[in-house]
Write a protein that binds this ligand. Structure first.
Ligand SMILES: C[S@@+](CC[C@H](N)C(=O)[O-])C[C@H]1O[C@@H](n2cnc3c(N)ncnc32)[C@H](O)[C@@H]1O
Length: 207
């Protein structure tokens, strides 16, 4: 799918629904914060949330005094919602409007976090473009935490098809440079009460 079509889709979603009405809304990103702590990230570790949208992960990171936080998403409306919610604290964050598959990273991060973005890339060429950006943006020794729908999770989200993954499949896509250090299943309960099965896998980029 082209960046334009993808962006138009997500803009339509975020202009049509409030932050707390989308199926992926979570009040507290407890698992993501736990996984970020588990890899030994410090308050100084640069963290990027890929496809962060209006997620509250950024609020949790700022409230725990993480000093170098970036949120990337292709929907400007989603980022505006997050900035409004954060108020003055939004100035502490770097906001990037970009399609991760065409983004040109200009620096390195220690932590790459992605909850429910990679699984929208259904074409192997788009997945390869994502991995290319991951390689260009994650420093050697850094960690990538990637949460996707699990093999027994939903087949689509917000009207788009997804590819469901498990850790082995992700490892094969990321390549040998990335060592799997943790994988776990997670059940997300949507605002309407449905349960969605996710997997979260953490990879260490070898030095
Ligand atoms: C299901 S939402 C998850 C949002 C957020 N990660 C969370 O956990 O609340 C998927 C997000 O990925 C963004 N997105 C989808 N494809 C993208 C792409 N190719 N590049 C950047 N962002 C993308 C969407 O705009 C949306 O905010």
């Amino acid at each position: 799918m082209s960046t334009e079509r993808r962006q138009a889709h997500w803009e339509r979603i975020y202009t049509g629904k409030g932050e707390m009405e989308v199926s992926w809304f979570q009040e507290t990103p407890a698992l993501s914060m736990a996984l970020i702590a588990l890899i030994g990230a410090t308050r100084r570790s640069p963290v990027i949330d890929i496809g962060g949208g209006a997620s509250r992960l950024v609020d949790s990171l700022i409230s725990q005094a993480y000093e170098d936080v970036t949120v990337l998403d292709l929907s400007p409306t989603a980022l505006v919602a997050a900035k409004r919610r954060l108020g003055d604290k939004a100035k502490q964050v770097t906001w990037i409007v970009a399609d991760v598959t065409t983004w040109e990273p200009s620096r390195f991060y220690d932590v790459w976090h992605d909850r429910a973005t990679f699984h929208f890339l259904t074409d192997p060429a788009e997945q390869a473009a994502y991995v290319d950006r991951l390689r260009r943006a994650l420093r050697r020794g850094g960690h990538a935490i990637i949460g996707t729908f699990a093999p027994d999770g939903p087949e689509q989200c917000s009207g788009l098809p997804v590819v469901r993954h498990n850790a082995d499949r992700l490892r094969a896509i990321l390549g040998e440079e990335f060592r799997l250090v943790d994988t776990r299943r997670h059940e997300h309960v949507t605002p309407s009460g449905a349960t969605q099965r996710f997997q979260f896998s953490t990879f260490h980029r070898v030095e």
